[in-house]
Design a protein around this ligand. Structure first.
Ligand code: NG1
Length: 502
């Protein structure tokens, strides 16, 4: 790695002295104005990671569900997965380096401890629709180039699109946006051939005024030809994530803007919540139905959830479907890590982030069987339909459509696979959220002293009560989750716990 230009370039992106960025649930997030130094350094880091792995890495400038004024950076390994967790430590150290000398010293240490070879580094860079994107993409590019790497500017993309493209590069497969769309469409068409509903399906989608809206517009005509009509709301006229978006709908339990007057028969996210837990249940049911037609040894299905998964969903997956369920800390990087241990790993956070992973061994077996077994062909198509790099809302929508049509299931039937336990989520703003630390996949608080005991007492007083608290990794808040046999019980439990935290 050529570090001769690093200090000079780093001077253009000074870190503000009070800013102590921390690599959170999914990369760095903060007020956009604070981030140029972080993003510059992440550019340099991902060039180093490219050299270390002899592969193309990725970087996305985005803060997903956060408000427009925030931004962030997500880092992608050459496999298309998130940056490996061992390197998060380097990201943290670099992001917190106080000045250009310190940045150089940190990169030198990294170079030595990881034995970074010289060679050609390449980093694919994408961004969402936030106004601060241009400046931060410039910082990322400068960081890559400051250590002699090549930045490939991929423009406006969803995060999962970039993950998918990086993975395709790694596999030596076509990696354009066009191939992203066409591969999903091909798989979608294949899975519904001979099984499609007789009438066109209409789907209202809340695009949260973000990057996904434009991408769905691109897909609209082809999907309409395949019998799926997308009716896109919040598609760019309003403010990003304001009064809309999955986070708003799932946490606040409100219909998003532009969705008033949606008839009760219409299907859309928000009218009745079909959350990530329901998607996991549907995916597991659908996959089990496909596996019935497959000869040979049984296929291990694992479903990975977090503590936010509704208790009823976990029970349904375990007891009714007989799936193995694993609970991990919040953040798809943790779920993904467990999902790869199964032949088919289904992982969804309650907020809908997630995907279905097929193991390389299973894919190989399916490829051998596909000439004679329709079930093998279907499962292979499913692996193409569901983004294998990372959770992807666009691919998730297509998965749900296919599963419902193939299982011949109405929304009502899907909704009543199990009845959610009433729950409530609250955010508490505290001076320092890091004083709350947790264990057991975030289900128990270790600090501050006495917090868990008070929480236990409140839970004991609540029929079917369950509650936990954890510091958010994307916002400056402590999150409270409570579940109970009644909505009043869940609300009261959440309020009581929030008071204890405060
Ligand atoms: P934090 O802010 O750490 O709770 C939130 C979501 C995660 C994940 C990340 C990344 C909840 C409770 N938390 O993390 O599931 O999606 O954002 O976007 O939904």
């Amino acid at each position: 790695m050529d570090l001769s230009q690093l200090q000079a370039a780093s001077k253009q992106y000074p870190k503000s002295p009070d800013f102590t960025p921390s690599y959170g649930t999914a990369g760095f997030r903060a007020a956009a104005a604070l981030l140029p130094s972080t993003v510059f350094r992440c550019g340099a880091l991902m060039a180093a990671r490219s050299l270390k792995t002899d592969g193309v890495t990725g970087l996305v400038v985005t803060a997903s569900h956060n408000p427009e004024a925030d931004n962030g950076v997500k880092l992608v390994d050459p496999t298309g997965y998130m940056l490996c967790q061992e390197w998060e430590v380097y990201a943290d150290r670099l992001a917190n380096a106080v000045d250009p000398d310190d940045v150089l010293a940190e990169l030198q240490k990294l170079q030595d401890s990881e034995c970074i070879p010289s060679g050609h580094a390449e980093v694919m860079i994408a961004h969402d629709t936030r106004q601060s994107a241009a400046e931060l993409v410039g910082a990322a590019r400068c960081g890559v180039e400051a250590v002699g790497g090549a930045a490939v500017l991929c423009g406006l993309l969803t995060t999962p699109q970039l993950h998918w493209m990086v993975r395709q590069r790694h596999l030596g497969l076509p990696c354009s946006e066009e191939s992203y769309f066409s591969s999903f469409l091909r798989a979608y068409e294949g899975l519904l051939r001979g099984h499609a509903a007789s009438e066109a399906q209409v789907l209202i989608i809340d695009c949260a005024n973000g990057v996904g809206g434009g991408k769905l517009q691109q897909l609209q005509p082809q999907l309409a030809q395949l019998g799926l009509e997308l009716d896109l709301r919040n598609c760019g006229r309003g403010v990003l994530n304001e009064g809309c978006g999955a986070d708003f709908v799932q946490k606040d339990r409100q219909l998003p803007l532009e969705c008033d007057g949606v008839g009760s028969a219409a299907r859309c996210a928000g009218l009745r919540l079909f959350d990530g837990d329901k998607i996991a249940a549907l995916a597991a049911l659908f996959i089990q139905s496909l596996l019935e037609g497959l000869q040979g040894p049984s296929v291990q299905i694992g479903v990975i959830q977090t503590a936010y998964a509704n208790g009823s969903s976990t029970q349904y997956l375990r007891d009714t479907l007989g799936c193995q369920v694993v609970i991990t800390p919040t953040g798809v990087k943790h779920l993904h890590e467990e999902a790869v241990k199964f032949d088919i790993g289904i992982y969804f956070e309650a907020n809908g982030h997630g995907t279905v992973l097929f193991s390389p061994d299973l894919l190989q077996r399916l490829r051998k069987l596909q000439a004679n077994e329709p079930a093998a062909r279907d499962l292979l198509a499913l692996a193409d339909l569901v983004n294998q790099a990372v959770g992807d809302a666009i691919s998730g929508i297509l998965l749900v459509e296919v599963a419902l049509q193939r299982l011949n299931m109405t929304m009502a039937a899907w909704g009543s696979l199990y009845a959610d336990l009433p729950s409530r989520q609250l955010k508490v703003t505290v001076e320092d959220r890091s004083i709350v630390t947790t264990t057991d996949a975030e289900t128990r608080a270790m600090t501050p002293d006495g917090l868990q005991e008070s929480l236990d007492q409140a839970v004991q007083r609540t029929p079917s009560g369950r509650a936990f608290v954890r510091p958010s990794g994307t916002e400056d808040v402590v999150r409270v989750y409570a579940e109970a046999s009644t909505q009043e019980g869940a609300d009261l439990l959440a309020k009581t716990v929030a008071r204890v935290v405060y």
